[in-house]
Design a protein around this ligand. Structure first.
Ligand code: ATP
Ligand code: MG
Length: 156
């Protein structure tokens, strides 16, 4: 298969479900194909303070302990992951699929960064998502199309 390491950007929308189904076709055609479903979540419990992973983090400033914050974070990511999993149609290729939930507010940048990290050779996404304003293409798809150096398959 020309594309073996495929990222599918998933936001729960019908277009994103169709994107997963198209990636599934690739996976069905070749057992070597890996599908990485990525969802960028804005869930507040998944947003750790910027200082959390470096020495400037001061636990005294927070009402919760570091353990509590990490516990809440891990539970939220797991719950979001379960929600994504429940919406996917990947029958027959489950073993070829992984799900990553990334906390953030810049889905396009986060999708591109993730795709680079795992050395993806294709990004599959919907032309539209959950946004209410109808048009040809959503802002996330538009930004990924503009910025990505990795080929993109946009599902209408
Ligand atoms: P807008 O968000 O600009 O109001 P929209 O919601 O209709 O418009 P987009 O958000 O660009 O359109 O969604 C297009 C595609 O981008 C989706 O089908 C999905 O593949 C991907 N996408 C959008 N948001 C996310 C996200 N948070 N995480 C992962 N993929 C996303
Ligand atoms: Mg959107």
């Amino acid at each position: 298969m020309v594309f073996n390491n495929i990222v599918v950007a998933y936001d729960g929308s019908d277009h994103a479900v169709d994107a997963v189904m198209k990636a599934r076709d690739f996976a069905l055609a070749d057992p070597e194909v890996r599908i990485h479903v990525v969802f960028v979540t804005t869930h507040p419990n998944a947003q750790l303070p910027a200082s959390f992973n470096n020495s400037s983090f001061d636990p005294e400033q927070y009402l919760l302990s570091v353990e509590d914050v990490m516990d809440l974070y891990n539970r939220t990511i797991a719950e979001e992951s379960e929600k994504v999993k429940a919406g996917l149609g990947v029958e027959g290729v489950e073993d070829q699929v992984s799900i990553d939930v990334i906390p953030g507010y810049t889905p396009a940048d986060d999708i591109i960064e993730f795709a680079k990290e795992i050395e993806a050779d294709l990004i599959v996404m919907g032309s539209r998502g959950l946004g209410a304003i109808r048009g040809v293409i959503g802002s996330v798809s538009y930004a990924v199309l503009r910025e990505s150096t990795i080929p993109i398959l946009v599902i209408k």
